[in-house]
Design a protein around this ligand. Structure first.
Ligand code: DQA
Length: 150
């Protein structure tokens, strides 16, 4: 099983940016967490981060061509206004889980809207970095169910 994790702008600045919002753990900590998860579950997890909208769209399209089994995406601020990322996600039929480290609903009003969530299978919000692990578990659960393994 191949799951792609996509992180959008500024997520590489974890541990540096707004620590009271996103915590003190840095991006390498997240990468390590995901590597351990891949080992524990015996699956392939690839992590991609970009600060550029077009690169994120290219990676989503590549995931389709590579036949990834699922996508976890934290589009960062693009969540709130990127119709282009939304359209790219809409062209993929595999399970997609949107993750937000912070509880966007407790924050500024512009963060309450996600233009990407309606084309995702589900969303995990406000549970910190463990939200990524929950998203990977959710994707594996959905795929097992689709394969009649539950
Ligand atoms: C975020 C929330 C967004 O509003 C913000 O722009 C981010 C991170 C989160 O993970 O909580 O960059 O997606």
């Amino acid at each position: 099983m191949k799951i792609l994790v996509i992180n959008g702008p500024n997520l590489n600045f974890l541990g540096i940016r707004e620590k009271t919002v996103y915590g003190t753990k840095n991006y390498d900590y997240l990468l390590n967490l995901l590597e351990e998860k891949a080992k524990a579950d015996g699956i392939d997890i690839e992590v991609f981060q970009s600060n550029c909208e077009g690169e994120i769209i290219d990676r989503i399209q590549k995931a389709y061509l590579e036949e990834a089994d699922g996508i976890v995406i934290n589009p960062g601020a693009y969540t709130h206004y990127s119709y282009a990322i939304r359209d790219a996600l809409a062209s993929i039929t595999v399970p997609i889980v949107e993750v937000h480290i912070s509880n966007v609903h407790k924050r500024e009003e512009f963060r309450h809207t996600s233009v990407t969530a309606p084309v995702c299978t589900g969303q995990i919000v406000g549970l910190g970095l463990p939200g990524y692990i929950l998203a990977i578990d959710a994707i594996q659960g959905i795929i097992k169910e689709q394969n009649g393994e539950h």
